[in-house]
Design a protein around this ligand. Structure first.
Ligand SMILES: [Fe+2]
Length: 176
């Protein structure tokens, strides 16, 4: 996705619209899907490391709450201020500066949640699922969970990259 967009041709407002439509909206749908798949794992105690399961569940709940708050704040407060700045309307630059700092911190926190969750999820199965010739429902559940989580991982990493580098560079240019 990222390679097909000419960001230099977009205004900041268009870039924000793109981020919300391409990343934020799908991410909001992926979070509950992962929760559903995670819940299913619990029903196959002999197939999975359940101690990992409980760690994943707890970590995922923290991650979900952090991410949802982060996205809401960006959409409702941060982006709204940035659009005003681009339109040369009166803004409190101190607030934008604080948002930029907070955003940086939260992005790196989200990154480390993603990394830990990915590691734990991939170690969840007690079997080497790749060696199983005929998959049963447990393996399918696990595969589905991995697939959805992997999509979340890719989408979110790309979103953070665009915000941290492309969007924030444009904002800083406007700002200073
Ligand atoms: Fe963000």
């Amino acid at each position: 996705m990222i390679n097909t967009v000419e960001f230099s041709k977009l205004s900041i407002q268009e870039m924000i619209k793109f981020i919300i439509k391409t990343y934020h909206e799908p991410l909001k749908k992926l979070l509950p899907e992962i929760k559903i798949q995670l819940e299913k794992i619990k029903h196959f105690p002999e197939k999975f490391h359940l101690e990992n399961f409980w760690m994943i569940k707890e970590l995922f709940e923290q991650f979900e709450s952090e991410l949802s708050t982060h996205i809401l704040r960006e959409e409702n407060k941060f982006y709204a201020e940035i659009i005003k700045l681009e339109k040369k309307e009166k803004v409190d630059k101190k607030i934008i500066e604080e948002f930029l700092d907070l955003q940086k911190t939260e992005h790196s926190e989200i990154d480390s949640y993603l990394y830990s969750l990915k590691k734990l999820i991939f170690e969840l199965s007690t079997n080497n699922v790749w060696n199983i010739k005929k998959w049963n429902s447990e393996e399918w559940t696990f595969e589905e969970l991995k697939k959805i989580f992997h999509t979340l991982y890719l989408e979110l990493s790309e979103c953070i990259y665009i915000e941290n580098t492309i969007l924030n560079l444009e904002i800083e240019e406007l700002f200073w």
